[in-house]
Write a protein that binds this ligand. Structure first.
Ligand code: PEP
Length: 253
């Protein structure tokens, strides 16, 4: 059961799915059934952000982007900045999703710059970390999490990190239908929280929300959310299905 200091957060990552019309329809369906006791965040493709922002206006459901560049403006053809995201009404931004690391070569050092840009614009960064199957089998899970977190968060003080959200997403569980067991997830989440406590102090570690991501579904969310250090979920495939996503945001812990 989530610590009372931390409001649960469930984010839907729509990835490169859905047209503008489909995005607006899905946002309306989610909005109609979203609870208040949980922060719900929708992350549509960039092109749908303004239209989904319009649907979510004055509602408790928040808008997030799936990535951004670290410079605020300039000659960077094809990139989107923190200023653009604020301009269309984003409150959150996913950073370092494993698909970005894997297909676009995103590094922990680049993520440090992106987090800096997000914090400067008052965007809530959802920093995604997690090990591959090979790394887990080689018992490198904690070492990978430590490297990813320490490098991306170098140079920040606890005040700058006060809004930070971490998403623990084991790469082998993303889009595979293979979910981490609640015990595996809890072990990784506890490690993340202890690392944050060692580096930035206990008050920060107790307030940072650590989400689990990797094949979260309506039938496994309750068991995951029953674990002490799980504060919510980052949901991919199931966030595209309104009934399943609404069941997830109405989890019972
Ligand atoms: C994700 O994209 O972050 C994710 C966890 O995907 P899925 O829920 O489909 O595994």
């Amino acid at each position: 059961m989530t610590h009372s200091l931390r409001k649960p957060l469930i984010a839907g990552n729509w990835k490169m799915h859905l047209t503008l019309t489909e995005s607006v329809r899905l946002a309306r369906e989610v909005l109609g059934g979203a609870p208040h006791k949980v922060d719900v965040v929708l992350c549509p493709p960039f092109t749908a952000l303004p239209a989904v922002a319009e649907v979510l206006r004055n509602s408790p459901v928040q808008l997030g982007a799936q990535d951004m560049f670290w410079e605020s403006h300039g000659a960077y053809t094809g990139e989107v900045s923190s200023l653009h995201l604020k301009d269309v009404g984003c409150r959150y931004v996913l950073l370092g999703h494993s698909e970005r690391r894997r297909y676009f070569g995103e590094t922990d050092q680049q993520l440090q710059k992106k987090i800096h840009a997000a914090v400067a614009q008052n965007l809530v960064p959802i920093l995604c970390v997690g090990e591959t199957l090979e790394e887990r089998q080689a018992e490198q899970t904690f070492a990978v999490l430590e490297r990813q977190l320490i490098t991306a968060l170098t140079g920040f003080n606890p005040i700058q990190l006060s809004s930070l959200v971490v998403a623990y997403e084991p790469v082998w569980a993303i889009g595979t239908g293979r979910t981490a067991t609640p015990q595996q997830a809890q072990e990784a989440h506890r490690f993340v929280r202890e690392l944050l406590a060692r580096q930035w102090g206990d008050p920060l570690a107790q307030s940072v929300r650590v989400l689990y991501g990797g094949s979260v579904k309506a039938d496994n969310i309750d068991a995951l959310m029953a674990e002490r250090d799980l504060d919510g979920a980052l949901v991919g495939g199931e966030s595209l299905k309104p009934a399943a996503f609404l069941r997830i945001v109405h989890f019972h812990a």
